[in-house]
Design a protein. Structure first.
Length: 530
């Protein structure tokens, strides 16, 4: 029985250790006959050592080298589109088209190219010069590899070896040690083969991109806490993420987490009277898209308890029951969703529809709606904010405006928060009262649109207060800001011009690089008159 190799220091080699695993096809619940290794700590040791050396070598290369790698990699991914889409579809059951072929793969290559532009321009590094004190600063690479743990729900655009974290880490000048997700190892291997080819084609250090598929939990804790690791990025469950964070924090190593989110949606009363059917359609599309397996899935809807709100829930229920049951990513997702629904029921929520596994083939769970009162929610806010990752949503009916405000005031941190309000501004007074409470609790505030869909925009924030993420000041989507997670602020005090990084010297290295000189952003040279 053959077992696929890991990628360490530019070579595909047999992993040490005897454990192995294989993925399961979600649509049929049948194992896929390809075996992958669970790496021993010795594999990780070699990867860290090689990554640390690659970090030193990368620092000697011009920004253009990283930009060329990212662009070459994007080209290779597009050339292998059919194989990648087929593999990702088999391993995740996500639709080949339009989801994977027409949305996620173009997003993946697009963000790689955006990262290349950022690396090439250098503006992301925010060169800052104080001529009076002769102090200069710039963001630079961390000096060690970035470890990336990818999720299971975006096998291309958030993959540990091709996604946004990967693109940002490389663009900022760091090598990457990718930890693949066990739900889609073949897709990850195919991507790694393309990345390794791009490394060769563009002359990056061999260990600029490395891949291990799986490891024991204790070895993961050891990996993120190693002093040679520059930083870690993790997307996944709260329990595993917090365990990794504890290990990294104890060792003083940076770690950035995305842990899940309930993404509250407030539908204000006049908006409901104005366009209830339209909002219901938008909610159902958002809540059931990808079988509800989006980190920005609208998990909680808050409304005033009115006859119109009851009718709205009934309209949503009818649509939920008519929509086909989607396939979940793996057995664990199905089990955890069932556990979450049961926990919500124990805490005072009532199942309106669904609430159990589906009898169809593969990993399926019925489209599920729950409801509760504002009073019950306020009695158990932590328990009723448990994330139900999948095709499930909780409706909370507040008794009056004040109770709606009280609900807003106990919401935990989320990636997004949404308000639907009347187009004639008749909800504005209540909106202003609620927005003040919700705004500090979410990374992205939306008006009159559902939160699914995260534009790859420089202004995007795909982050938020804990427990949505581990730090509210950073975004995982949105270049160039996403690069700052994987950068060190480097200051130079009275250092000679010839010894400074090119971006901090008196002469602007390109004539076009924006630099903050004595508080003014300019492309001028030091001493150049206006």
């Amino acid at each position: 029985m053959s077992v696929h190799h890991v990628l360490i220091d530019g070579e595909w080699r047999a992993a040490e250790g005897t454990e192995r695993f294989r993925a399961v096809e979600p649509a049929t619940a049948s194992p896929i006959d390809e075996w992958y290794p669970v790496s021993a700590r010795s594999d990780l040791e070699r990867a860290i050592e090689a990554g640390a050396e690659a970090a030193r070598d990368l620092a000697e290369l011009p920004d253009e080298a990283r930009a060329r790698f990212l662009e070459r990699y994007a080209d290779l991914i597009e050339g292998a589109k059919d194989a990648l889409v087929a593999s990702a579809h088999r391993e995740t059951a996500l639709p080949a088209s339009p989801r994977l072929a027409d949305v996620e793969l173009p997003r993946t290559t697009g963000q790689l190219r955006l990262a290349a532009n950022a690396a090439r321009s250098g503006a992301w590094a925010q060169p800052t010069i104080d001529t009076r004190n002769n102090v200069r600063s710039i963001f630079g690479p961390l000096g060690g590899p970035v470890v990336i743990f990818g999720p299971n729900n975006f096998p291309l655009a958030f993959n540990s070896i091709s996604g946004g974290d990967f693109a940002a880490a490389i663009a900022a000048g760091n090598p990457v040690i990718a930890k693949g997700h066990p739900a889609h190892p073949t897709t990850t291997r195919l991507l790694a083969e393309l990345a390794a080819q791009a490394v060769i084609d563009t002359g990056l250090p061999p260990a600029s991109v490395q891949l291990v598929y799986h490891m024991a939990p204790d070895d993961g804790l050891w990996l993120v806490s190693d002093p040679r690791v520059g930083a870690t990025a993790y997307t996944g469950s709260r329990r595993s993420g917090l365990a990794l964070k504890a290990a990294a924090d104890e060792a003083g190593r940076p770690i950035y987490l995305e842990l899940g989110s309930i993404n509250p949606v407030f539908v204000l009363p006049n908006a409901l009277r104005e366009r209830a059917d339209e909002i219901a359609k938008e909610y159902v599309t958002s809540a059931l898209m990808g079988a509800g397996q989006f980190c920005t899935n609208p998990g909680i809807v808050v409304l005033l308890a009115t006859p119109e709100a009851d009718a709205f829930l009934d309209a949503v229920r009818e649509r939920f029951e008519k929509m086909p049951t989607g396939t979940l990513l793996d057995e664990g997702t199905c089990v955890r969703l069932g556990e979450s629904v049961a926990a919500l029921e124990r805490s005072g929520a009532e199942v309106v529809t669904g609430g159990m596994r589906d009898d169809g083939a593969g990993f399926r769970f019925r489209n599920t709606l729950l409801r509760t009162t504002g009073a019950r929610f306020l009695a158990s806010p932590e328990e009723l904010q448990r994330e139900a990752f999948g095709p499930a949503g909780l409706f909370v009916f507040a008794g009056d405006d004040s109770e709606m405000e009280a609900i807003a005031s106990v919401l935990e941190g989320s990636l997004t928060g949404t308000f639907y309000t009347a187009r004639d501004d008749s909800d504005d007074v209540l909106y202003e009262r609620l927005e003040k409470l919700v705004r500090p609790r979410v990374g992205r505030l939306l008006n009159d649109k559902m939160p699914t869909g995260v534009a790859v925009s420089p202004a995007m924030n795909h982050g938020g207060p804990f427990p949505a993420t581990g730090h509210p000041g950073f975004t995982a989507v949105g270049i160039p800001r996403s690069l700052l997670r994987f950068a060190q602020l480097r200051s130079y005090d009275n250092v000679r011009d010839s010894r400074l990084p090119a971006a901090l010297r008196d002469r602007n290295p390109t004539g076009e690089l924006p630099r903050s000189i004595d508080g003014e952003w300019t492309t001028k040279d030091i001493g150049e008159s206006s």
